[in-house]
Design a protein around this ligand. Sequence first.
Ligand SMILES: [Zn+2]
Length: 267
Amino acid sequence: MTGSSFSHRFLLGLRTGGVRWAVGAIFNRLFPPRPAMRAAVLEATDAGMGLEIGGPSRVFSARGLFPIYPSATHIDNVNFAAQTTWESELQDGGDFRFDPRRAPGTQFIREATTLSGIGDGHYDFVLSSHCLEHVANPLGALREWHRVTRPGGCIVLILPDPTRSFDRRRPVTTLAHLENDSVLNTGENDTTHIPEVLAFHDLSRDPWAGSREMFEQRVRHNPENRCIHHHVFDLPLLVSALNTTGWQVIAAERVRPVHLCAFARKP
Ligand SMILES: [Zn+2]
């Protein structure tokens, strides 16, 4: 196993499990984000009320890159289904357990692009880690996340760095493509990117995918499992996507081993 696939296995799409979290914590100490970004994120989210899309995520835990879970007042969660590749037995209106020492937040079962029933400006911040690349209309999602954030609130976004992930052979998506998905309100059953995923996905960097046959089957059932990355972001595209959806980017950086991190405010 290469060093890169090792890091990928332990740091992408993984939420719980003592060994994985311990290995992740070691990586966090070796490759933290720049202190100024981390400090600004923690100051903006401290004692606030947040909504996480996807997750819970180790990067936001006590030993993660941005330890927001221990200091936030309350965190609710949105996931697309009760049963996913990453989580199970979720219940709309049930508990969202993000930290064993904290009271649970509320679990919502919603699409990332349609946070129905959640009021405008309800949250101080939105968090999302390794999720937006799975969304067929990411600008629609960013606008919806902007809607539920109060003016002056913020967003902390983490996406995979394509140069260090199984997307390394795929072209970076253009902003024009994302804008077109927004205009068309592209749904999660979109098959536009499937040929590209099948042609260029680097299975050697995705040990959890199993055999080629298993991988292809999973890709073809993406509307149910949401495993594919519809789009490939680099840091400039991530910044452009935030700017064009009304966010004001404060910091954005690549963090080893596989993260693109962005911190932005709602003016
Ligand atoms: Zn697309």
